[in-house]
Design a protein around this ligand. Structure first.
Ligand code: XMP
Length: 539
């Protein structure tokens, strides 16, 4: 099925991906590509008629626009609407004959913009009206340079006191540009503006719907795989779980999942994964219980990076052994030829952009590079066009339980980096039980203001095992037991994070339950460090 699509050219802004997600929220397919693609590339991209509009992103927020990047000229010759945002507006002005000057002072933060010119983009969209009757928008600005002269054919669309040309439009050619950022939530009407552009001005069909995407994705997988066989490393995380459910829907028993249990998973996690995939979905899953192997290799090792290396390395070794067996095939099987991975769109954008050093760099710990080549297998990546929220939606549409699909992220090395210093089975067993209590209570406690559980109000929450002992009293006796720390953070990108202001009643319940129910732990602390300077994990 051919979808209408919007091309987003990335000039290196931290928030380019947000533009793409907002467009997709309006159910229109959008794709992010580096701004330095060639004119030929743009023309080829548009050749099948599916391209309905182009958005030029901002540039990196922290820079006084020292870039000289331009949009490929072809963008302005295609005959489709173009929207420039921030730097995208400046380059549009510059390339089409207007003037851009270095701002004497950088404008950063909230601003009220007066909408002018009654353009199709902003018509009837306003946050408030001044006594004189001017429609005003509350927006987010972040720029140094500004447009000081409109290009020929353009009219003024928006102004602020410090930025007289805060928006411009050439309505005959359907070129629009705004100096503010409609993609961030601080711009209250941002969604309305982007929807107006995409749905009305570009007239793109809103047919990017996850429920419908299943049939399309299934057809693609069937076409790609034919009657061959596929191996997938199942970790219990969102991406590999959704990939497994989708591929299983497409090819059933031609898929075999390999689930390597390194002994550092959360309480009952291994059983839950098996119950879901083998029990409910009836998928073929090989569970490799490698906990003794991993704990053996970790004995005596306390350096965090050394622990990470060992866990990552062993994981690959064990997975490769299983994959080699599956590749060789047996009586009933001819042998696998594909390795499936849960790569998602942000990973793809990152590696595409890395070539031109433009795209947002987000810490990515996932996806062991090079495995398919080493194993001599072809790669199958059915989620590579999807953002995380879309992967989750797809997971629910495929019948995976929302608790699994909306889970907090869990690091690959698992409890290995949540037990400080040397990892021992005794510690892991204590930690698993304490952590399970914390998570249960986060799910139980509902915030009256939002009606959401504290699990949903936090981005990541877990318990950390501290291998130190402290004195306590229990009944008539003295105890000398271990300490755990509770960690809960709120963040949108995991690059920075605030510690969550959990209600005291919740902390009290958790600490009471852990100390009473987990013999061996007699003290619970709460981590009140934000990132930076602390990190989210303790190791
Ligand atoms: P930090 O601790 O660096 O963590 O603030 C940021 C995010 O990354 C996750 N994380 C990891 N994920 N392997 C992973 O797969 C790792 O080694 C690893 N270390 C940190 C962490 O859980 C948080 O979500």
């Amino acid at each position: 099925m051919q979808h209408d699509k919007i091309l987003i050219l990335d000039f290196g802004s931290q928030v380019t991906q947000l533009i793409a997600r907002r467009v997709r929220d309006a159910h229109v397919l959008s794709e992010v590509h580096p701004c330095d693609v060639s004119d030929e590339w743009v023309r080829a991209y548009a050749a099948d008629g599916s391209l309905k509009g182009v958005i030029l992103s901002g540039s990196h927020a922290s820079v006084y626009e020292d870039t000289t990047d331009k949009a490929p000229q072809a963008v302005f010759d295609l005959g489709v609407p173009v929207l420039g945002i921030c730097y995208g507006m400046q380059t549009m002005a510059h390339q089409l004959g207007g003037k851009v000057e270095s701002g004497h002072k950088r404008e950063f933060g909230a601003a009220a913009v007066r909408a002018r010119g009654h353009t199709a983009l902003l018509k009837d969209i306003a946050d408030f009206t001044t006594p004189e009757g001017h429609g005003m928008l509350d927006v987010w600005m972040s720029h140094g340079d500004k447009v000081t002269e409109l290009p020929p054919g353009f009219k003024l669309m928006a102004t602020t006191d410090s930025c007289p040309i805060a928006g411009m439009a050439d309505e005959a050619r359907k070129f629009y540009a705004v100096q503010f950022h409609p993609e961030v939530t601080h711009t209250k009407q941002g969604d309305a503006i982007l929807r107006r552009f995409v749905l009305d001005i570009c007239a793109a069909k809103p047919d990017w719907v996850m429920r419908d995407h299943i049939a399309e994705a299934v057809a693609l997988i069937r076409e790609q795989v034919g009657d061959e066989e596929v191996i997938l490393g199942l970790s219990g995380g969102v991406d590999s779980s959704v990939a497994a459910a989708l591929i299983h829907r497409a090819i059933g028993d031609q898929l075999t999942c390999v689930f390597v249990d390194h002994g550092l998973l959360r309480l009952n996690e291994g059983d839950l994964v098996m119950e879901m995939f083998e029990g409910k979905l009836k998928a073929k899953v090989i569970r490799v219980d490698a906990s003794e192997l991993f704990l053996g290799k970790l004995a005596g090792v306390s350096d965090p990076e050394a622990k990470r290396k060992i866990i990552g390395g062993e994981f690959v070794t064990v997975f490769k052994q299983e994959a080699a067996k599956l590749k060789a095939g047996d009586g009933g099987h001819k042998g696998a030829t594909f390795l499936a991975q849960g790569t998602i769109y942000p990973d793809v954008i990152e590696s595409g952009g890395a070539k031109s050093k433009k795209a947002v760099t987000i810490k990515s710990h996932h996806n062991v590079g090079g495995l398919p080549e080493q194993l001599g297998l072809k790669l199958l990546e059915p989620l590579r066009d999807l953002f995380k929220d879309e992967v989750r939606e797809l997971g629910v549409a495929l019948g995976l339980p929302p608790e699994m699909v909306y889970r907090h992220p869990f690091p690959g090395p698992g409890l290995g980096v949540r037990i400080l210093g040397e990892v021992k089975k005794e510690y892991a067993d204590l930690l698993r039980r304490a952590d399970d209590i914390f998570i249960q209570e986060l799910r139980n406690f509902i915030d009256p203001a939002t009606g959401k559980s504290w699990y949903d109000l936090t981005s990541q929450a877990f318990t950390v095992f501290l291998p130190v002992k402290s004195v306590g009293v229990m009944g008539d006796g003295r105890t000398y037991d271990y300490v755990v720390a509770l960690r809960a953070v709120q963040t949108s990108d995991f690059m920075t994070a605030d510690w969550a202001e959990l209600p005291y009643a919740l902390l009290k319940k958790v600490s009471g339950r852990i100390i009473n129910e987990v013999r061996g732990i007699n003290r619970v602390t709460y981590d009140v460090s934000s990132k930076p300077p602390a990190t989210i994990e303790w190791e």
